[in-house]
Ligand binder design. Structure first.
Ligand code: FAD
Length: 293
């Protein structure tokens, strides 16, 4: 693979991905690149496209399960400073896609801007959260979006307005794009009320998801009008173990990596969860996590 001269020393080979995910599972990326800016990103994309490399975009790695063999394409990480900027114009926040949601939430709270509190405790980046329309407590990030800066996989930049975007439950119409930045519409609020709300959400998370073990959050999407966790729990699967992976005993829709779990351990548990729920409730569970292989 021949990269443009200015990138050839910057594109790394065989970079282990497990440590870059919250699950701590997965093999290496054949090529790994963290562009310094949009120009480098666009150069790498057009080069990878010409070589027909599969391109994977990595955010905070909190919603992915990666094969033990790793991935044979190019993994792009938007964790450099130019993708993590944040500013505000009135009650709107403009945030880079590589920024962590926790930083976004703190920024909004410190400027007395309300509307993003529900994102507190979700361990993702802005970009990853927009792709999957992350949310909690009945709210999701898509409903806050006013404008989106994206790059297509050929390296072309576009600005999309809210009207061009479609967000549904843990989904969006953004799979053709790499998210670069977003403009979110918040509202002026009382600083202490915002802080109290964030504290409340974090406290609930602590009691319902309290595990220090690696995971990728909810494995399956909730079926309409129901909770995947409830169905899995009703199948008696809390605490069920395959290899070094276990169904969380606090929240049945979480799989925990108890120590050195393999990709196959998690898949085996996922298959079991799907099968049992299908047999008992005639419900097909759909994965929420993204699987890279
Ligand atoms: C303990 C725990 C609790 C969680 N709680 C919640 C919750 O309450 N609600 C919720 O919705 N989720 C939750 N999650 C899941 C996860 O944090 C969210 O889905 C988060 O939004 C994923 O963002 P990320 O940056 O980690 O994405 P990644 O895992 O890195 O990537 C996820 C997907 O987004 C794509 N992607 C990432 N960045 C970009 C980009 N810039 N442009 C284009 N594509 C991109 C990736 O290619 C991949 O397909 C939880 C996870 C954990 C571990």
């Amino acid at each position: 693979m021949i990269w443009p001269k200015n990138l050839s020393n910057k594109v790394k080979h065989n970079v282990n991905l497990a440590g870059l995910t919250s699950f701590k599972i997965g093999g290496p990326a054949r090529y790994f690149f963290a562009p310094a800016d949009v120009l480098e990103l666009s150069q790498a994309l057009s080069c990878a496209q010409k070589a027909r490399l599969h391109i994977f975009v990595l955010g905070s790695g909190s919603n992915i399960l990666i094969s033990d063999q790793g991935v044979s394409g190019l993994v792009i990480s938007l964790n450099r400073q130019s993708f993590k900027k944040i500013s505000h114009q009135g009650s709107c926040i403009i945030a880079g896609s590589g920024l962590k949601l926790s930083q976004l939430v703190s920024y909004a709270a410190s400027r007395a801007l309300g509307g993003a509190e529900f994102l507190a405790g979700i361990p993702g980046s802005v970009g990853g959260s927009l792709i999957g329309n992350a949310g909690a407590w009945g709210y999701s990030i898509g409903s806050l979006v006013e404008q989106l800066g994206v790059m297509d996989y050929c390296g072309k930049i576009r600005v999309l307005s809210a009207k061009q975007l479609k967000f549904g439950y843990r989904q969006s119409n953004l799979s053709k794009y790499i998210i670069i930045w977003v403009k979110l519409k918040l509202f002026s609020a009382d600083k202490q009320t915002v802080a109290r709300q964030i504290k409340k959400y974090l406290a609930i998370r602590k009691t319902t998801q309290n595990s220090r073990l690696p995971s990728a959050g909810c494995i399956f999407k909730n079926p309409p009008e129901d909770s995947a966790g409830r169905l899995i729990d009703q199948c008696g699967l809390k605490g069920k173990v395959k290899g070094q992976a276990a169904v969380c005993s606090k929240h049945a829709n979480f799989i925990l990596n108890t120590k050195g779990a393999r990709f196959g351990d998690v898949l085996a548990l996922m298959n079991l969860m799907r099968k049992k729920v299908k047999v008992k409730f005639k419900v097909n569970l759909e994965p929420e996590i993204k699987i890279w292989k």
